[in-house]
Design a protein around this ligand. Sequence first.
Ligand SMILES: Cc1cc2nc3c(=O)[nH]c(=O)nc-3n(C[C@H](O)[C@H](O)[C@H](O)COP(=O)(O)O)c2cc1C
Length: 256
Amino acid sequence: MASDAAKSESDSAGKAEDTTKTTEELQSLRLIRDRRSIREFTGERIPDEHIEMILEAARHAPSPENMLMIRFIVIRDDKEAKEFLADIAQEMAQTAFGGAPFELTSGRNWFINDPYRAAVYARLRDGELFRYPEKSDAVIIVCASEAWHDAGYLYPNELFGSVVAGMAVQNMWLTATELGYGCGYEALICSDPRHAELVRDKLGIPPIWTPLTAFCIGKRISPRALGPSRAPLEGLMYEERWGYPYKRLAFRKEEK
Ligand SMILES: Cc1cc2nc3c(=O)[nH]c(=O)nc-3n(C[C@H](O)[C@H](O)[C@H](O)COP(=O)(O)O)c2cc1C
């Protein structure tokens, strides 16, 4: 026990580990890389204890002055509500992906080779792929508020609630990944404000709370093998000033 307590001492206590770990050794980075969007679930039930661990992770999200301007509706037993969400998601996918020609938008899926890309795109347009709320065990409606308590005065930034919600979702996603479950972030249920109203009405969400996603958790049919890689650090980070690309340590060493 004593050694566990010592291990968990935080950086602020001046006890941060002084040995540099490789990226492979870092458990957090491994989990972050393993986390994927899963959209096909078996429909099986997950043990309640596991769902609660995942919810526990959400509770630990950081928030301005610990205000936690986020709320979660955990839907597990209400099949009809799950179908309702699946119907909305499919309809929205058909509208969103069916609205532009393949040639214009398929470039986003550059990581899928021909001829598979067209087939994947056809699935997006058909929208069936996005019906996954009905096959997941837990559908968590994540809501955020920009007007909760005095948040509107203290933090007059329209995105604060969503930032906190994003952190909570990522916490849940990583915990579920470690437990071996799949998760999908179904934003299509409220992309259209009219759908968001239907969701509010169905689930009784009060006006100052905004549903952001149906975050779906379930047993996955298979792990994702293929997926979007990420832009390199140079593509996302600047050094000291906007426009000066960050240079990875590996490249700096080469120059010496
Ligand atoms: C804000 C946000 C909105 C998203 N919306 C949807 C969505 O409506 N439906 C869906 O299936 N996935 C959605 N995703 C998941 C992304 O498509 C996915 O994270 C991205 O393609 C990268 O793939 P990966 O999660 O497997 O790494 C969303 C993710 C985020 C963060």
